[in-house]
Ligand binder design. Sequence first.
Ligand code: DLL
Length: 434
Amino acid sequence: MIYAKNYECLSKDDLEQLQIERLQATLNRVYEKVSFYKNAFDKNKVNIEKIKSIKDIKELPFTTKDDLRKSYPYDMFAVPLRDIIRIHSSSGTSGKPIAVGYTRNDLKMWSHLVARVLTACGITSHDFVQIAFNYSLITAGFGFHYAAEEIGASVIPSSIEDAKKQIMILKDYKTTALLSTPSYALHIAHVLKELKINPEELSLKIGLFGAEPWSENLRAQIESQLNIKAYDNYGISELIGPGVSFECSERNGLHINEDHFIVEVIDPKSLKSLPVGETGELVFTTITKEGLPLIRFRTGDISSLIEEKCSCGRTLIKMKRISGRTDDMIILDGLNIFPSQIEEILLQIEGVEPHYLIILDREEGKDFMQIQMEVPDSIPYFDELKKLEDFKNRIKDHIYNKLGINVKVTLVEPRTIARSSGNKINRIIDKRKI
Ligand code: DLL
């Protein structure tokens, strides 16, 4: 099912026409209303009259998180504060938060975009949608809530209650779709197993997960443990929240809502645009937002674009799932490694539980990576030293074969590594910076 066929299936020419009209209107508005953009355009000698095609977007300056931080809280809003009717903020996982203001039209548009996301993974008015995201300053809870109401689903705002309560709700309310971070879904699956509840006793069919990086292997684990089909979706609060891109039934890349966001991929070092298919940093320009319009916003997220006909019928371009961030990229022995690569490799090893910590440290001037894992249930703790040693070596060798790096592996008691509480989970401790 497609929520907005007239926009999600536009021909390339029609889409470009719509984009350029919306871009020009946005540029005029930000130049007039936001002093940051007036200064930036003047400084870079940008004549907005000359931006006549989407390709010309390269002439425009970038906006960074730092620019937004410097204008904290309201300096980059493009409307008077009386027109802002909701304020959220970025999750602030890396630094000071950023205030995001929405006008009435922004909120309407947001619900519409997230309704596309829900529809693409098969959620309809017949579904019971359990929203296990935090309802707070961050965008996830409210973003999904109003969209699920818009499509007429029965909305269960369970927020981030403890996993046992989530399970009680899943069972009693006959939830059919679970929305959460992937790590929280995994935690719920784990508690379900502890409670000896067979997932087949639940009515759950669909999982819609996002807000943090996850791998194909993690998807497979969540799907088998919860007996569902799991879908990825991506968004950023500065841009709107959830609703930027989403998987369809093909689950091979995330369609970008291009009639609202113009996407580019750039080389984060040279800042040059990269062709479709090449991996780099995602950059988005909002072309319909009123409260906080952003021009060439550098996300710090690493992905690439996929331009191919999708069997779902949407013509919206797709992006690959996020492989990491420019700023959580681990550099070790000159190699660039993303935490998602480590996860992908770990989960290929038999007996490995998807709970781990990556600790980066320095000893005698040499950086090293330590991976902290839990002893698998299949090896009774301290009982079988040889088996534990073999298990550690298997992990070390596997990582060395795949990535060419030597890691230290330490084992801790089962269930001692922090589980997701519903918020984004941090699996990296970089002691080198401390
Ligand atoms: O996480 C919005 C969101 C909520 C998206 C719920 C999807 C579902 P922020 O808190 O501003 O917004 O965090 C944005 O989270 O730059 C990515 O690094 C990361 N992120 C979001 N979705 C994904 C995803 C929300 N599907 C930051 N895969 C982004 C990987 C993701 N990373």
